[in-house]
Ligand binder design. Structure first.
Ligand code: FE2
Length: 427
C-alpha cells in the first residue's frame, strides 16, 4: 500500500500526459485477415502513412505478453498507400488470437483485430457465407453476421459493384479501397477471416468472362489486396483449403470462362481447361480423404436457360456431373452466390450426369446489400430474395459421418430457411 500511495501522483501525471496526447489517426485504411489454416494466417493492411516500419503482433491470450509471431513479409522502404502483407506462422490450431498493427514502433489501436485458427482433425464448427453488397455498404447485415460468431465468412463475390473493365490497376485498387473503408466493413474484415472469390461485378462487369479488358489488372490486384490460399497453376484463381476434416474447393467462374453467349458445346467452358483438370484432380483426391467436399461456385448450378449460370454451359456441366457420378463422389455439396437469393436444393434437381445422377445439395446465400433476384432452379426448399440475407453452415464431426446444417438468415438474424444432411465416406 505505501508503495502504491507513493506511486499514485506519478501515475496520475502519466495519465494526464496521456490524455493531452492528441489521438493519432489510424495508420491503416483497412485490414483484411484471411488465408487462415490450423497454424498460419495472412493479414493485409493498407497503410496510409509514408515510409513506415510496420509489423503485426499476434497473441493467443490477448495481453501481447505471450507474443507468438510478428513478421512483415515486405521490407523497407514502404511506400505511402501500399498494401502490406504480414504472414503469421507457428500458430496453435483451434485457438483464438488477437492481433495489432505496430507502425513505427507504436501500436495502432484502431487496427486491432481477431481471428481463430482452424481446427485440425475431427471438429465441429460453424461459418457464414454470402455475396453481393453495394460498394462501401454500411448495411447492418455485416454486424448480424459477426453476432453469430462464425469461424470465418466465405465471401462468394460481388464485394463491390464498380464494374471495372479497365487495364488500369488503380481502378481496381480504388474499388476495393472504397468497399473496405466503409466503417462497418472495416470492422468486419479485421474481426474474422474472410476467404473471398470474385464474381462478375468485382471482376470485369456484369456477366463478365475471360475476354474482359480488365482481366490482367483484376488478377494483379486480387493478388496484391486479397489474403488468399496458394494459387494453382494457370491463369485462374482457384484455391483449396481445409477446416477440420472438410475440404473446400473454391473455383473461379469468371476469369477462365467463355462468353455466356457462345454456342454451347465441347469448346465452351466455365472454368477453363486448367482449372477443370485441377477440380477433377482435387475431387478425386478428396473423395477418400475427407468426409465432405464443399465446392464453391459463385454461379448457379441448377437451371435451364437464363444468361449467366451453368445452364449456359450445359455441355461442361454434364461432363463434370458425369465425372462426379462415374467416380462415386457422393460426399459433395455446393455453396453459391451471384443470384440475390437464399435457395436450397437437397439434391432433387442438381443431377446432370449423362443418364441422370451426379446430384449434390446446393446452397445459395445472398444478397448482403443489393435488391433481391432469383436465378436458376427449381430448388427443393424454394427461394427468398430480400436485401440483407446471408447463410450459415454448421458442421458436426465426431470422427464418423458428419452432420451438416444449412441455415438461410435474414437481416435481423432470424433463420428463414433450413436443411440438414449427413455426409461421409462410404469406402
Ligand atoms: Fe451480385
Amino acid at each position: 500500500l505505501p508503495l502504491r500511495a507513493a506511486l499514485l501522483p506519478v501515475l496520475l501525471l502519466l495519465a494526464a500526459c496521456d490524455s493531452r496526447e492528441p489521438r493519432k489517426p489510424a495508420a491503416a485504411a483497412w485490414i483484411w485477415i484471411g488465408a487462415v489454416t490450423d497454424s498460419t494466417a495472412e493479414i493485409r493492411a493498407k497503410i496510409t502513412r509514408p515510409l513506415v516500419r510496420a509489423r503485426v503482433e499476434a497473441s493467443h491470450r490477448g495481453d501481447f505478453d505471450s507474443l507468438v509471431v510478428s513478421r512483415a513479409v515486405r521490407t523497407l522502404p514502404f511506400r505511402k498507400d501500399e498494401v502490406y502483407l504480414f504472414r503469421l506462422g507457428g500458430l496453435r490450431p483451434d485457438t483464438p488470437y488477437r492481433f495489432r498493427l505496430i507502425v513505427d514502433d507504436s501500436a495502432d489501436t484502431a487496427s486491432a483485430g481477431t481471428f481463430r485458427t482452424f481446427p485440425s482433425g475431427p471438429a465441429s464448427f460453424r461459418f457464414a457465407l454470402g455475396s453481393c453488397a453495394r460498394t462501401g455498404s454500411t448495411h447492418p447485415v455485416f454486424d448480424r453476421i459477426l453476432d453469430q460468431d462464425p469461424l470465418f465468412f466465405l465471401h462468394t463475390g460481388d464485394l463491390h459493384y464498380e464494374n471495372v473493365a479497365s487495364t488500369d490497376p488503380d481502378e481496381y485498387r480504388r474499388a476495393y479501397d472504397e468497399a473496405l473503408a466503409s466503417p462497418v466493413q472495416r470492422r468486419f474484415f479485421r474481426s474474422l477471416p474472410v476467404p473471398y472469390m470474385w464474381d462478375d461485378h468485382d471482376f470485369g462487369g456484369d456477366n463478365s468472362d475471360s475476354t474482359s479488358h480488365g482481366r490482367e489488372a483484376a488478377r494483379k490486384i486480387y493478388r496484391e489486396y486479397v489474403p488468399h490460399y496458394p494459387l494453382a497453376r494457370g491463369g485462374t484463381l482457384q484455391q483449396a483449403f481445409t477446416v477440420g476434416r472438410i475440404r473446400f474447393l473454391v473455383t473461379d467462374c469468371r476469369s477462365g470462362r467463355s462468353p455466356w453467349k457462345a454456342p454451347d458445346g465441347p469448346k465452351k467452358t466455365m472454368l477453363g481447361p486448367e482449372q477443370k483438370d485441377w477440380l477433377k484432380a482435387e475431387l478425386l483426391a478428396a473423395r477418400d480423404a475427407y468426409p465432405l467436399i464443399v465446392w464453391v461456385s459463385s454461379l448457379p448450378w441448377i437451371g435451364t436457360g437464363g444468361k449467366d449460370g451453368w445452364s449456359m454451359y450445359a455441355h461442361e456441366r454434364r461432363e463434370l456431373a458425369s465425372f462426379i457420378a462415374g467416380n462415386g463422389i457422393g460426399n459433395l455439396c455446393m455453396l453459391s452466390g451471384d443470384a440475390h437469393m437464399l435457395a436450397i436444393d437437397d439434391g432433387t434437381h442438381s443431377g446432370y450426369a449423362e443418364g441422370g445422377g451426379g446430384a449434390f445439395p446446393v446452397f445459395h446465400a445472398a444478397p448482403l446489400d443489393r435488391p433481391g433476384s432469383v436465378k436458376g432452379g427449381p430448388y427443393s426448399h424454394g427461394t427468398l430474395s430480400h436485401r440483407g440475407q446471408f447463410g450459415l453452415m454448421s458442421v458436426r464431426d465426431r470422427g464418423g459421418e458428419v452432420e451438416v446444417t444449412w441455415e438461410g438468415m435474414d437481416h435481423s438474424g432470424a433463420v428463414v430457411m433450413r436443411h440438414s444432411f449427413k455426409a461421409g465416406n462410404p469406402r
